[in-house]
Structures are given as C-alpha cells and as structure tokens.
Ligand binder design. Structure first.
Ligand code: CA
Ligand code: CA
Ligand code: CA
Ligand code: CA
Ligand code: CA
Ligand code: CA
Length: 701
C-alpha cells in the first residue's frame, strides 16, 4: 500500500512518538462526548437522507465529493465544504459505494459510483468526474430483480476484479461480478438472453441493513440489523465460513446496526466503523478477530444511521434533525478525542491507495478435474515428464482425504488410486518423484514417494506412461523399517506431513517432515523384493514446516517453515544439520503460510518458487543470483475460457520442458483452495495449470 504524504494528518506525527499500547486499547469509555462535535453540515436538507460515499480526490481532500442517496428525493453530491454541487431528482436511490481506477481492456479508467435503484430493482452506475461542473455522469443500469436495502463494492487489490454485493431486508445477499467495457458496466456472467446473472447468493438471516467490503482482507461485512455483524469471504472464489464480528446487547456491544464503513490507514491497520442507531459509532479492529475497540456518540446526533469516511473527515447522517443533513466530523478531532482515551487512531487513506503492486497477473490456462472429496482435499502435485513423448507427461497429485491421482496435460483424470497394498484407505499428503532410479535388477524407473498420514508412513510408487496401463504402481517396502501392517516405510515422526525427494550418487532419498518441525532423511535401497529404507539423519526447524524441494545439482534442501520463511540445508546425508535462512516472511514478497516449494531449472536459470499462501501469490527466487526475488505472480481466472484462478495454494510444482504449443517453456501447477465452474458454482478443489511462458511474460512486462 502506498502512503501519500499529502494525506497525513499532522497529529499522527505527534502520535508516532507516544507510548500508546496498540494491543491493549482501553475499551470502556465513559460517555463523555462533549469534545466530539461536527464542524459543518451539508447546505441542503432532504427528508430521507440515506447512505453516502465519499469520492476522495487524488490531489487534495478539499476537492472530495460526498455523494448521498436520498430515497425518493433522488441523488445529491456535496463538496468538501458541504455545498451541493450535483442533484438528480425523479429517481429513488438507496445505498452508495465508490471504487477507483476501474479499467477497461484498453486501459481507460474511471472512478465508479454504484447506487441502488429500488424502484427498478437495479444498480445504477455513475462515472465521477474530477471537474467543477457535472461531477456525476450516468453510465448505465444493471437490472437485478433484487430489492436491495444496501449495496457495497469490492475491488480485489491484487486482481482488480470488481464485485457488487446487494443485501436485502429479507435477509439475502447477492453478488455480481462486474467489468467495464469502456462505455458501461456489465455483469461478467449473463444468461442466454443476455440478462445479468449473479455469481453468488446466500441467506444471512433476518433483516439486513448494510454491507461493506474490506478490500485489503477480502472480507465482506454484513449487518443483520437486530442480531449483529457477520464477516464473510468477499471473493466469490474464496468463500470462507462466516464469522460473527459482534452481536447486539446483551451478548455483544451493539444496539441497532444501521451502517458499516471502513477506515483504512497508511500502516495497514484502521477500523471497521459501525453506525449504530443506539450506540453511536463503534470501532472494531480490522484483524481476523475484529476486536471491539470503543463506541461513542457525537453532539447533536441522536441516532447514527449512516456514515461515509474520507481520510480527513467522517460524514455522519443526522436523520433525526428537524432538517436532516450530513454533518462533517473532522478526523483530527476524532483522533484527539480517542487519543485522550488512550486509543490510537491512525492516519487514514482512501481506497485509491489500496493496491498490491508488483504482482504479475497470469491467467490460468487449464485445470484438472475436481477431486472426489469436498472441503480441504487437494493438496500437492508432482510432475512426471514422459521422456519419449513430453505431451503425454503426467500430473500426479494428492487428495489428502482419499488417494493419489494421475492427470494428463488436459487435466483429465487417468487414475485414482485410493487404497494401500492391503486394500485399506490412504491419506497421502505430499508427493514427489525422481527419474532414473536404478533398481537392483539394473532397470531404471521413475520413483515417487508420498507421505501417507493414514498409516504415518512413506509410500513408494513406480510411475510409468499411461499407455493402456495405470501410471501409478505401488512398490513394496521390506526390511526392518517397513510398517508392521502395510509395506510402506514407518516414520518415527508423530505425524508425517510435508515430503520431497533427493537423488545423489545413484541413491534415492526422501525428506519427510512433521508439524512439530522435525525432518527425517530416509535413504532408499533397491532390493529384490522392492525397497528398503533407513533414516540417515534428522533435521529440524522451530515450528511447522511443510513444503520442501531439493536441488540435486547443489545438494540443497529448501524447507518452508510456514509461519517464518524458507531455509536451506545441505541435503547430503553426512553433512551438518545447520540451516541458512533464504527468505523470511515480510508480508510483501512472502506472506504466511509459506506452503509449496518447487524448482524451475532449464539449464540457463534456476529459480526457487514458493507458494505465498497468505497473499494468494507465488514468489520466484533466483538461486543463481543471491536468491534475489525475480518477481511474484498470481494465477487469475479467464472468464472467456470458464477458468477460475488459484488462491490459498498449498502445493505447487513446475517443469522446465517443451510440452507442446500450450506449454512451450514449461508448466506450473498449483493447488487451488476454491474451485468454481464457469457459472461460478462451487466445485471440489483441484489444481490449476499455467504456462511458464505466460508467467515470464507477465513478470517481465
Ligand atoms: Ca510435490
Ligand atoms: Ca501446510
Ligand atoms: Ca497452512
Ligand atoms: Ca499441504
Ligand atoms: Ca479458484
Ligand atoms: Ca474451475
């Protein structure tokens, strides 16, 4: 996120040096609001002032524009001094939200206002002009047939995908994915007749009064007026379980919830702000638990029903005044007031400042069929290169609830192996493989290993071309390290988790790790009956690892510690066990959890790629150049092909090889937590495919 020096409120400089405890804000304020007064009011009153939104000028807060929906009285806009500068009558409006820099395919961009049009059951779109006259220019309407009580926009700060959410008095929420075509706003999904089609609809409960989306955390907050505030995943592709932020008294801190807004700050913090008819304004942290901070009322405003936030001011509706207006509460006076209560209020920024820069956006080019099990099931892929016919290579992958899959490059399933050699269930978590492993017989095979959490074992497999045969063939483990009931290697870890392989001096090795941070290094030996294995070394990190990969050329094991970063170990069985830090979580290039790790090596460049799960992106490190960050990228959907993007990725794999015209420089594979079909209906998880060439093109642009 950029910070703009022009937006800095002077008091923040003072606050910077003050010994305030951010983690323990004082939450019990006395009801002393004498200090909190507004400085000005909008100059024209309307009977039914409803929701509002502030357009924030790039240059100066004095050029900001307050847009107010007036129900039957139409739509009005006021300048920063409260003077009306725009009025449209003859329409009914309810609910307003604004986003910036909405871009069409020719890179034209507009600042967009969306308002609810209840009479037409439609969303009205306006383009906001940064000029003195004619500030709002109507673009078009989208008919939804949905009686919206409130509307909120969401712009994914990485992908820039734009979504409108509508909530109704009947307890329903509905989302439309939107695109700008240069002249109007369209629904990405349309039915056969060309009518806009929503991408998601769900029931919240009782009467809904407001919604707002936190674009940075992708959280959709919905106010159920007499119950509480709910937090949902805002991305259609990233629907999480809902969570109750707070409820009304006596269980919670709220009274009657009427409005929701967000105050974003330069430091990534800020507040969810609730307009509560009884309690006034209530502040909540923007973190995962939305901790309650405080509530307060403003002099002269008896019922707080709606508000709109700009960096320099909170505009609060005074609906109970004899002449209803919006009143301007300066952020500086709010900051002073809260400061006197030992609550830090940060310097605010607008949505305009929210974006993740430097993440290359790559469209997925394919996906595997969905796995058999719902919930968190797909986990880790491994690529098998067919040396004779590269286009007939295989994508191997785990369904950690049920088995191993083999897919062709079109993502079609060729095999689903869901049993161990005794016919019992398996739970393979990670899979990796090595080619040209020489057997005792003299034959060389591709050898795969998977961590099987069902038996706490390492299962071994031979991988072969799928020419009329199953490509994944179990290999029997014998000898003293074999599990007593199943011919797999019995681990001493409390529970096997991440796994990767290593080949060295003709020997095959497996590294398997557990959630306690321990890592076993197994040496595999081919014998007449199959394989024997022996633990030759144990390594460790301080907390939960999972993703790992070995560079056989340099004998280096790269291991991700999920909440810390990436370590490098000498992979040789007789080497020391100390680790070198390669990268640490910084919430910029690498955001927890560090998940899958893989190597791209085409003989010219050698890159380590990490799944930066918390930022839904992948980070590339140049192993031949001091591990410098080459770039980060995200896999986004391609609506023209009915493909969705990848998010919350666990395992990844990459191959540097010419696999034909779709993948001339190689293929990147990523597990996708939220898989949807072309109609945005949820499907079980799967793996996304992307051309390495498109990744490099996006990063180099
Ligand atoms: Ca793998
Ligand atoms: Ca993990
Ligand atoms: Ca995780
Ligand atoms: Ca995993
Ligand atoms: Ca997805
Ligand atoms: Ca899909």
């Amino acid at each position: 996120m950029n910070s703009k020096s022009a937006l800095i409120v002077p008091l923040s400089i003072l606050l910077g040096g003050c010994p305030l405890d951010d983690d323990n804000p004082v939450t019990n304020l006395d009801n002393d609001t004498a200090e909190l007064s507004t400085t000005l009011k909008t100059n024209r009153s309307y009977d039914d002032i409803a929701d509002a939104a502030v357009w924030v000028s790039e240059e100066n807060n004095d050029h900001n524009l307050l847009v107010v929906t007036l129900e039957g009285d139409g739509l009005a806009a006021f300048d920063a001094q409260g003077q009306e500068v725009f009025y449209e009558e003859g329409i009914k409006t309810l609910g307003a939200d604004i986003r910036y820099n909405i871009i069409d395919s020719n890179n034209n961009h507009i600042d967009l206002l969306a308002v609810g049009l209840p009479d037409d059951e439609a969303i009205g779109f306006y383009h906001i002009e940064n000029s003195s006259d004619n500030r709002l220019i109507k673009l078009n309407e989208i008919e939804t047939g949905f009686a919206a009580e409130s509307i909120c926009l969401y712009q994914n700060i990485t992908t820039k995908d734009l979504t409108a959410t509508l909530v109704s008095e009947e307890g329903k929420a509905r989302q439309y994915k939107l695109k700008y075509d240069g002249t109007s706003i369209k629904s990405v999904l349309e039915d056969e007749q060309g009518n806009p089609k929503h991408v998601r609809e769900f029931s919240v409960g009782g009467e809904l009064s407001a919604c707002v989306v936190d674009d940075e955390t992708s959280t959709l907050y919905i106010a159920e007026k007499d119950i509480g505030i709910w937090a949902y995943g805002a991305d259609v592709e990233n629907v999480k379980e809902r969570r109750l932020v707070d409820s009304v008294e006596p269980l919670g801190n709220l009274g009657e919830i009427e409005g929701l807004e967000l105050a974003y700050s330069t430091d990534g913090n800020g507040y969810l702000v609730v307009a509560d008819e009884i309690k006034g304004l209530a502040l909540y942290q923007r973190n995962n638990t939305n901790d309650y901070v405080t509530s307060f009322t403003i002099n002269g405003i008896d019922e707080t029903k709606a508000l709109a936030i700009a960096p320099d001011a909170f505009w609060v509706a005074n609906t109970e005044a004899d002449a209803p207006v919006y009143e301007k509460l300066l952020t500086s006076s709010l900051t002073d007031f809260l400061y006197s209560k030992n609550i830090r209020f940060p310097t605010l920024v607008s949505h305009r400042e929210l974006s993740v820069e430097g993440v290359a956006l790559v469209k997925t080019s394919g996906e595997t069929v969905a796995v058999d099990d719902d919930g968190d099931a797909a986990d880790d892929p491994a690529f098998w290169l067919n040396p004779d016919e590269p286009s007939k290579s295989l994508i191997l992958a785990t369904n950690k609830q049920a088995g191993l899959m083999a897919y062709n490059l079109n993502g079609e399933e060729l095999q689903f192996l869901n049993q161990d050699q005794n016919g019992n269930d398996i739970e393979p978590n990670n899979i990796d493989l090595r080619n040209n492993i020489r057997l005792e017989s003299g034959e060389t095979i591709s050898l795969a290993a998977a961590s099987n959490r069902k038996n706490n074992t390492i299962a071994l497999y031979k991988i072969q071309a799928a020419d009329g045969q199953d490509p994944i063939v179990p290999i029997t483990v014998v000898g003293p390290s074999a599990h007593s009931e199943v011919p797999e290697l019995a681990s001493n870890l409390s529970e096997v988790y991440g796994l990767c392989m290593y080949a060295h001096n003709g020997n095959a090795y497996v590294f398997v790790n557990g959630k306690d941070g321990k890592v076993e290094q197994w040496e595999l030996t081919s014998v007449a009956e199959g394989f024997e294995g022996e633990i030759v070394r144990t390594l460790s990190v301080n907390s939960q690892p999972e993703g790992c990969v070995v560079d056989d050329e340099t004998d280096t094991l790269y291991l991700g510690e999920e909440n810390y970063g990436i370590w490098a170990f000498d992979a040789q069985p007789n080497a020391g066990t100390e680790a070198t830090e390669l990268a640490r979580i910084d919430n910029k290039t690498l955001t927890a959890d560090v998940e899958g790790l893989t190597l791209f090596n085409n003989g010219f460049v050698k890159y380590l790629i990490a799944s930066s799960q918390g930022s839904n992106s992948y980070t590339i490190y140049d192993l031949n150049n001091n591990n410098e960050v080459v770039g980060t990228f995200a896999l986004i959907g391609d609506d023209s092909k009915g493909l969705d993007g990848a998010s919350d990725t666990d395992g990844i794999d990459v191959i540097a090889a010419d696999l034909g015209e779709n993948y001339p420089e190689g293929l990147f594979i990523a597990q996708d937590w939220y898989n949807i079909d072309k109609n945005y209906e949820n499907e079980n998880q799967n793996f996304k495919l992307a051309s390495w060439k498109s990744i490099m093109d996006a990063i180099q642009n």
